[in-house]
Design a protein around this ligand. Sequence first.
Ligand code: CA
Length: 218
Amino acid sequence: MTSILMAEDEERISTFVEKGLRAAGFDCTIATDGATALALGQSGQFQLMILDIGLPVLNGFEVLRRLRRTDASLPVIMLTARHSIDDTVAGLDDGANDYLTKPFRLDELLARIRLRLRESGASEGSELRHGSLRLDLRTRKGQVGDTVVELSAREFALAEEFLKHPGQVLTHEQLLSRVWGYDFDPTSNVVEVYVRYLRTKLGPDVIETIRGTGYRLR
Ligand code: CA
């Protein structure tokens, strides 16, 4: 599993991002100050770092400068407030690979992460296939035969989960935790609703209901 380090001292943001990353199939570790972020970033156990500029102990720029002395390759995405874009451009010169201004959308962050991972060769293929079904992990679009299908972020994440485990029964709880990623009410019918959406878009027989257990990609 791809491990991402997130250096962010605002719990509200780090919790939100952590849930999103986990739901998207990434492993995520949070560092709440710059010194910890630097030590973890240098540990070699991460494939990408999301780095907030405003951090206690060492700020994001300092973390980046020190990291780049020993590690030129770890992809780093900087997070910045909108009013400090000039600083961030300076940060790009210091070796950041990309930056995102706060507030950002989760799907935007995920798209940047995938792009940077692909550039660094750390991610798997950019496409999932099963029968006539294809998911382009780059454009986040589905395809059935030759027809391109537009999927919402959540529909795509759910379809991705099925295509990663073809023929395997995925339980309601597994899908809830992997795709929604937070303490969703286990009695919620959100999975059922989204499976229905996918059947409408990808074909009525694509996902089989295993009564009392979950679902399976045929
Ligand atoms: Ca901060």
